[in-house]
Design a protein around this ligand. Structure first.
Ligand code: NAP
Length: 247
């Protein structure tokens, strides 16, 4: 899986699944744009690790919920690396609450980041991608919650379900330009996002996972690498990375 000469933009690459994805794509030879929102030190650390392994990286702050910041993010990538081949829309947040208690801000923040953020980055990257005329790969990080729903996550599930439908539509729109669009749907992955789960909740989740453990960020990154480098004839698909949780 050789990505030498390719440039990948990974949103939310300072931590968790995004960080693992940035490192994995870089180890396959890609130059990587490491996007973050608030955690500059963590993003710079990812850049350092990529450079230590002999690839190039650029750190760019941008809130994916804001279209003009996404335009700036893509422009910075093109200015620096002269091209962009792979977009991984990974940035995401949770604001869990039962609907009866869910504040409008909790609904809106999750929709703005997790769903509108995907629209913003895809829209911003489209013109340069089409202009290059060399195809491209878009991989959106959804969630099993976007397929099956989850109590206390109506906002998150709605956003991730939207990401899945968006990915399928865009795959149909961009297929003739040799741009594939796929989604990965992680189950429970060991990151700061799931670090807040109580031990009791973790036990409940584990009882529903055939592999008997939570996933690792690198295990999601490996599937993203496959979609970004091989998988030439795969588009409009949703690949669960969940140890069986969604079966
Ligand atoms: P995480 O450890 O909390 O990391 C989230 C990343 O997103 C950070 O790099 C953060 O940047 C960035 N981010 C958040 N809001 C942003 C914004 N507005 N603009 C740009 N970047 C932003 O989360 P994770 O567990 O790795 O999750 C990554 C993706 O996988 C998310 O889309 C999540 O919904 C999805 N997912 C995760 C799991 C899981 O079990 N962990 C399961 C299913 C799906 P800063 O560091 O700068 O804040």
């Amino acid at each position: 899986m050789d990505l030498t000469g390719k440039t990948a933009l990974v949103t939310g690459a300072s931590r968790g699944i995004g960080r693992a994805t940035a490192l994995t794509l870089a180890s396959a030879g890609a130059s990587v744009v490491v996007n973050y929102n608030s955690n500059e030190n963590a993003a710079e650390e990812v850049k350092k690790q990529i450079e230590n392994h002999g690839s190039s990286a650029l750190v760019v702050r941008a809130d994916v919920a804001d279209y003009s910041q996404c335009e700036h993010l893509v422009k910075s990538a093109i200015d620096h690396f002269k091209r962009i081949d792979i977009l991984v829309n990974n940035a995401g947040i949770t604001r869990d609450n039962l609907l009866a208690r869910m504040k409008e801000e909790e609904w809106q923040a999750v929709i703005d980041t997790n769903l509108n953020g995907v629209y913003n980055c895809c829209r911003a990257v489209l013109r340069p991608l089409l202009k290059q005329k060399s195809g491209g790969r878009i991989i959106n990080v959804a969630s099993v919650a976007g397929i099956h729903g989850n109590s206390g996550q109506a906002n998150y599930s709605a956003a991730k379900g939207g990401v899945i439908a968006f990915s399928r539509s865009l795959a149909k729109e961009l297929g003739s330009r040799n741009i594939t669009v796929n989604a990965v749907a992680p189950g429970f992955i060991e990151t700061e996002m799931t670090g807040v789960l109580s031990d009791e909740m973790k036990e409940q989740v584990l009882s529903r996972i055939a592999l008997g453990r939570l996933g690792k960020p690198e295990e999601v990154a490996d599937v993203i690498l496959f979609l970004a480098s091989s998988a030439d004839y795969v588009t409009g698909q949703v690949i669960a990375v969940d140890g069986s949780l969604s079966m």
